[in-house]
Design a protein around this ligand. Structure first.
Ligand code: GAP
Length: 435
């Protein structure tokens, strides 16, 4: 079983992965700031996604569209009318709840009273703001609730300029905003979060096959980055669960401390979006197939992942406690591609000449690896800290190093130690890290 939520929240705060936003003012519920380690971990998750979805493929290109888009985008996509959740308010304690997420729809989970909910109302999740100095209806814009629409409205720009032929994909990573009724479970559900979405455009008759392909690819991605098989599952959606635009949908789910919950959704969105934007904008977003002479609207298969949510799941999954020589050891077994630091450089003592030499080793390694030079505390505590934040290798510069020009390299997982010459250190670490 994964670690408890409290354990991860405490570690995240104590070590500098994630802080509550606006903490010095009492915190802003449901927004979080990523500290030095969290920033690096999140960045690595996004980089790995980009590498597998864009860099390693010849059929997918990237996009970075604006968060603020014309209001008409959200009218055409259906978000203005139906991106809603059913909200109920308790007449006794005045808390608000998402009706469809309540185990008992008659019982207030906050005050425990029965029959205190008023009539449910549909609450639109899009954040509103105003463009320019006037705060009128005509100037209203939304913060995007998904990155996907930025891709659909640029479909023709991208296809034409990148000279793409079907099938092809457009990938985007970026912030999205949803005024969730019940944010919670740390960074699992927040009102500001990051998504990693790819829209794969294909011929309509090939969409089922691409849907199966992308479901399996995306499920495999988490495992390939070290997430345990027993904590991952695929859950196909029933017909009553499908979004208004989807013909088929499956979720990749992770076993969180509160149960199985969504990490990523893969959907066959049909030609809903390209048709909707064609109708609303008057711009023809159909595709002309030169080989067959046909004109049609491509179908879209969409793997939609949460970057912040995946980062959280990787952290949960990597957390391990074990007993070493009668003491508890906490070790974050993060894949080395995700770990905030690949290497820690540790002078054995704070003696200035040892620190100066360790600094030279750190300077030599820095262009190759993300590293931390750590000169605080005893060597044992520094090892423990780096185990806990997931640093795969610790390089210790000791008194002998001054003579033999070699250092001790300690492996986070096995705790085995190797003596390695400083001259061969870069190659040794590259080999072990597979970088
Ligand atoms: N374009 C389709 C789409 O946005 P979604 O299932 O609503 O689909 C995709 O969102 C992913 O974005 C989710 O699987 C989840 O990982 C992430 N996500 C959605 N809402 C979130 C929130 N409030 N906080 C954190 N992540 C969220």
């Amino acid at each position: 079983m994964p670690a408890s939520l409290d354990t991860i929240v405490n570690l995240a705060k104590r070590r500098g992965f994630v802080f509550s936003s606006s903490e010095i003012y009492g915190g802003l519920r449901s927004a979080y700031d990523y500290g030095p380690l969290g920033t690096q971990l999140l960045r690595n998750v996004k980089n790995e996604w980009w590498r597998s979805m864009v860099q390693l493929r010849g059929d997918i290109v990237g996009l970075d569209s604006a968060i603020l888009q014309s209001r008409q985008v959200w009218a055409a996509s259906g978000h203005e009318a139906s991106f809603t959740d059913p909200l109920v308010e308790c007449s006794s304690c005045h808390t608000r709840h998402r009706l469809d997420k309540l185990d008992n729809q008659d019982l207030c989970p906050n005050c425990g009273q029965h029959g205190t909910f008023g009539e449910p109302r549909q609450f639109n999740l899009m954040f509103k703001t105003f463009m320019g100095p006037v705060e009128g209806e005509a100037d209203l814009v939304y913060l995007r609730p998904e990155t996907a629409q930025g891709i659909f409205i640029n479909y023709e720009n991208v296809r034409r300029t990148a000279r793409l032929k079907l099938p092809f994909g457009v990938a985007q990573v970026g912030k999205s905003f949803r005024n969730e009724i019940t944010p919670g479970q740390f960074v699992f559900r927040t009102r500001e979060f990051e998504q990693m979405e790819m829209e794969f455009f294909c011929r309509p008759e090939e969409a089922d096959e691409w849907f199966r392909y992308w479901t399996s690819e995306r499920f495999g991605w988490y495992q390939e980055l070290g997430m345990s098989e027993e904590n991952l599952r695929l859950r196909p959606h029933g017909h009553d669960e499908l979004a208004h635009y989807a013909a088929a949908s499956s979720d990749v789910e992770y076993r969180f401390p509160w149960g199985w919950d969504e990490l990523e959704g893969i959907a066959n969105r049909t030609d809903f979006d390209l048709r909707a934007h064609t109708d609303a904008s008057g711009q023809d977003l159909s595709y002309f197939d030169e080989a067959s002479g046909e004109r049609f609207f491509p179908y879209v298969v969409e793997p939609a992942a949460g970057a912040t949510r995946a980062t959280f799941a990787f952290l949960m999954d990597a957390y391990h406690e074990e007993e070493v020589e009668g003491e508890k050891r906490v070790v974050m077994r993060l894949d080395s591609r995700l770990a905030p630091y690949q290497v820690a450089v540790l002078p054995l003592s704070k003696k200035p000449h040892l620190v100066a030499e360790a600094e030279k080793v750190a300077d030599m390694l820095r262009p190759h690896f993300m590293l931390e030079l750590d000169t605080t505390q005893s060597i044992g505590r520094r090892y423990r800290r780096h185990d806990e934040i997931g640093t795969p290798y610790a390089v210790t510069f000791d008194f002998e190093s001054l003579d033999d020009r070699a250092v001790t390299v300690r492996d986070r997982d096995t705790m085995d130690q190797d003596r390695v010459s400083i001259d061969g250190l870069i190659g040794y670490l590259h080999d072990r890290l597979g970088s």
